[in-house]
Design a protein around this ligand. Structure first.
Ligand code: NAP
Length: 483
């Protein structure tokens, strides 16, 4: 058990329809990344409580699946209404717990409310189909296939720390609308925000046991959840390392993985450099770079590199640095270990000859935004996801070289292309091995009705509202033999 001060709130877990302390009698202390103080304790849930929660979810799921879509949608719309009422409290919790500035934290809650309402609408408009057998050679018109979508059962939703509300709801809402039960395992750093979000869901009168919230370290309870025979589908967002581990543990379970990235911004010689610099800076440094779709490397044509670097330097040096409560752009990283990791990447690059344009200052886990020019392929920062405020610039001499370096990465989440030549944009978009290409814009997840996916080490399967509902349901065919 972690040592904690006595005056902080101890949050219960939501197990099989009840808010309760764990039989483990153990709690996990959550420390704010910027207040550097314990802000609450969450339950270390046991294996037998996981068993009870999954059992309760299975039991409740059958009745839930038999409700009409409209009835299920009413619970979810009510959830959105409840979140609206708690918006300020939840945004404050996100700010305190994961260090996102208040403005961004509030936007995350608003986006989540919109996402839930949209998910209801999307599910209401997804219909089955029917097919006659006579389209197949030798087939028969008397065979009528009715194809419906049915739920998978109990969905395990595992979310990361950086969007503790949005990336949880983007799994929970489609899972419920598709008729499933849910076991929700939030990131430990992020579980207080997750609890507040589920308190709002609980107020809708959701059927008892349909959803449980399991808090506890992934390293302790994660494998037990993943390998549990009662889990029918896993939707995971987090690091590539954990995602790979999950895919080894889960056997014959549908799995959607949204993992890390190393998104390149490819800047061609004819790019509009003001627009490019603006998008790169906001893409790379929002929330201190702790975004899966942050710009994590710039591949710039050497002929305009000096001009771009000058513009980036000016913009980066204007970014405010400090506490999230003052709405600073650059905030402390989630913990000291993460800051050490980013510092290690900067030190490695500088020792191998990268040019420091600005930054490389540190106060505990608060790192100044750092720009590195003349980064070469032998430097770790050229390939590794920092998840922090450092941006490597790699100079290239042709579009072909930019594409080659972009594709050498193990990751394949998104890429940005900056050019005023539409043919060139489409050529590059076709050649880069990623889930999404942004032309003249920063990489980003959303709007949430767009498909969202990574290839290679960046993921497996597709999210986005429509695709999430599909991935959390399956087709069921009933054949009417008419004669
Ligand atoms: P993480 O360390 O991989 O953790 C993600 C989740 O997995 C947490 O809930 C964690 O729980 C849990 N977990 C850990 N070990 C587990 C195990 N053995 N079995 C089951 N679950 C386990 O990732 P993070 O640091 O929270 O998030 C940052 C990473 O997520 C970055 O790489 C980022 O690029 C990626 N990300 C990707 C997307 C995307 O959509 N592609 C979006 C956001 C973030 P604990 O917290 O208790 O360890």
């Amino acid at each position: 058990m972690d040592s904690v001060k006595n005056d902080v709130t101890t949050y219960p877990a939501y197990l099989a329809g009840k808010w309760q302390t764990s039989e483990s009698r153990e709690t996990i202390a959550i420390t704010s990344p910027w207040q550097h103080d314990v802000i609450g304790k969450v339950q270390a849930v046991t294996q037998s409580e996981v068993d009870q929660s999954i059992k309760a979810s299975k039991k409740a799921q059958h009745a839930w699946a038999s409700l009409s879509l409209g009835d299920r949608g009413q619970y979810l719309n009510q959830w959105a209404n409840e979140l609206e009422k708690d918006k300020e409290a939840i945004a404050t919790s996100v700010m305190t717990e994961v260090g996102k500035n208040y403005d961004d934290a509030e936007k995350e809650v608003t986006r989540t409310i919109d996402l839930i309402r949209y998910t209801v609408q999307e599910a209401l408009h997804m219909h089955g189909e029917s097919v006659r057998g006579d389209g197949f050679p030798g087939g028969s018109k008397e065979k009528l296939g009715i194809i419906e979508r049915v739920p998978l059962g109990v969905v395990l939703a595992i979310s990361p720390f950086n969007y503790p509300v949005n990336l949880a709801a983007s799994k929970i809402a489609p899972a419920l609308m598709a008729g499933n039960g849910v076991i929700f395992k939030p990131a430990t750093q992020g579980s207080i925000s997750g609890i507040k979000m589920i308190q709002a869901l609980d107020r809708t009168g959701l059927p008892t046991g349909l959803l449980s919230l399991i808090t506890g370290h992934g390293s302790v309870i994660g494998d037990y959840l993943t390998e549990h025979p009662g889990i029918n589908m896993i939707s995971f967002t987090g690091s590539t390392q954990t995602g790979k581990h999950l895919s080894q543990k889960s056997i014959m379970i549908p799995l959607v993985l949204e993992l890390g990235g190393k998104d390149p911004a490819i800047v061609c010689h004819d790019a509009n450099l003001d627009l490019t610099a603006k998008n790169i800076v906001s893409g790379a440094f929002s929330y201190s770079g702790q975004r899966c779709t942050a710009v994590k490397r710039v591949l710039v044509d050497d002929s305009i590199a000096d001009q771009l670097v000058a513009k980036l330097k000016t913009a980066v040096e204007k970014l405010s640095v400090g506490s999230p409560v003052d709405d600073n752009a650059i905030v402390p990283l989630i913990d000291n270990k993460s800051a050490d990791f980013v510092q290690g990447l900067i030190d490695d690059a500088l020792s191998k000859g990268a040019a420091l344009i600005t930054g490389n200052r540190r106060d505990k886990n608060l790192l100044a935004p750092t720009l590195l020019d003349n980064v070469t392929e032998d430097m770790d920062v050229a390939w590794i996801e920092p998840f922090g405020p450092v941006l490597p610039i790699i100079r290239v001499h042709s579009v072909a070289e930019a594409i080659e370096i972009a594709n050498k990465s193990n990751f394949g989440l998104q890429a940005s292309v900056f050019t005023q030549d539409i043919d060139k944009a489409l050529e590059i978009a076709g050649a880069v091995e990623v889930g999404t290409v942004q032309v003249n814009g920063r990489p980003e997840r959303g709007p949430d009705n767009f498909p969202f996916l990574g290839v290679k080490a960046s993921g497996m399967g597709t999210q986005g509202v429509h695709n999430s509902i599909l991935s959390m349901s399956r087709e069921k065919l009933t054949v009417m033999n008419l004669k």
